[in-house]
Ligand binder design. Structure first.
Ligand SMILES: *Cc1c(COP(=O)(O)O)cnc(C)c1O
Length: 346
């Protein structure tokens, strides 16, 4: 006979094996773990805070970024479904689209990108890279959040192709699993470096990163306070970002057998820094980019991480979180957009 305690321990072990099996079903696209390191100069400047950074700008997929993690699961699913073509969408300077184009090149899939706006005279930044990566680019005017995916999918099906639709930002549950796995990766690094993170700052825009980090934080019991910085205020197909994340988290908790009750009111996004609107570069983003570059030799991007990093520094300056806290900034990438926004960054 086994004791009650042994039985519980076995059940826990089995649960972990099941979760590992789910998280292992992915198509390798990047080099992981990405570095986790101390920002020594900045920590001196903002003493007594301890500032760390997680370098998803170094995932290794066509200049890096957080979408690499999501795409490992999404491309796996596309291949499992026997698809030969991927369709996704975003803004013209979408990092997600650039990484999707690279992922498709590696996986030998055709790639269609539906990008907002009209065709520019010259390609630059992410748009240029997506083109070089061999993606077929369609310009969709007002629509930059995947409104045209379904009609293109139907059209390609009529032409005999087997398209796989990846939502804007790669933010469905499959994509979000990339960030559950990211927390598993982080946990191993925290143990190895004997660290505990009190506050985690990151840019939140289409919801997959935040949903995955939320689930991972609870699944792996890291007890970090998440501080998601909203980048894009506008709604997506009538749903607020909070609702999108709430739905993803509830879907994910079933799959991952997380017992916690999530309420819509618990999904928080800090929208104090997104007033200017999506892709509008202000002094804030420029200040943050220069500050990290000059203090640590690391580049942020002007749309996402510049905004989120500015917010984190503002929190530290105003002591909105307890002094001596250990904070982690999750660098989600976006480097190529700096060149597109050169005029605003001069
Ligand atoms: C897409 C993106 C984000 C936001 O991630 P979501 O999962 O869409 O919220 C943050 N930073 C960069 C550089 C991105 O490209």
């Amino acid at each position: 006979m086994i004791t009650e305690k042994e039985y519980e321990a076995l059940k826990e072990k089995l649960k972990n094996i099941n979760i590992d099996m789910i998280l292992d079903q992915k198509f390798d696209l990047g080099f992981f773990p990405t570095p986790l390191h101390h920002l020594k100069n900045l920590s001196e400047e903002y003493s007594p805070y301890h500032i760390f950074i997680k370098r998803d700008d170094q995932t290794g997929l066509a200049s890096g970024g957080n979408k690499t993690r999501k795409l490992e699961y999404l491309i796996w699913e596309a291949l499992q479904n026997g698809c030969d073509t991927v369709i996704t969408a975003g803004a013209q300077q979408s990092n997600h689209c650039r990484q999707t184009a690279a992922a498709c090149a590696i996986a030998k899939l055709k790639c269609h990108l539906l990008l907002g706006g009209t065709a520019p005279q010259k390609y630059n930044g992410n748009l240029l890279l997506s083109h070089l990566l061999g993606a077929q680019i369609h310009f969709t005017g007002e629509n930059r959040k995947g409104e045209n995916i379904e009609s293109l999918k139907q059209q390609l099906e009529l032409e005999g192709e087997k398209p796989f639709a990846i939502p804007y930002g790669g933010s469905n549950l499959t994509g979000a699993l990339g960030f559950v796995n990211a927390v598993k990766e982080l946990k191993a690094q925290l143990i190895a470096q004997n660290l505990k993170i009190d506050y985690l700052f990151f840019a939140s825009s289409s919801g997959g990163t935040q949903a995955g980090l939320t689930l991972g934080n609870d699944l792996y019991n890291l007890k970090m306070n998440l501080v998601p910085i909203g980048i894009d205020k506008s709604e997506k197909q009538g749903m607020s970002l909070e609702e999108v994340i709430y739905n993803l988290v509830n879907e994910g908790k079933q799959l991952l057998k997380i017992k916690k009750e999530y309420r819509l009111a618990d999904v928080k996004i800090i929208n104090d820094y997104s007033e200017a609107g999506y892709g509008v570069i202000t002094e804030n983003e420029k200040t943050a980019i220069k500050e990290l570059a000059k203090s640590e030799g690391i580049f942020l991007d002007p749309v996402y991480t510049g905004r989120a990093f500015y917010a984190m520094l503002d929190y530290l300056k105003k002591e909105k979180i307890p002094s001596k806290a250990t904070v982690l900034f999750w660098h989600t990438g976006g480097f190529p957009a700096n060149f597109y926004y050169a005029n605003q960054l001069m």
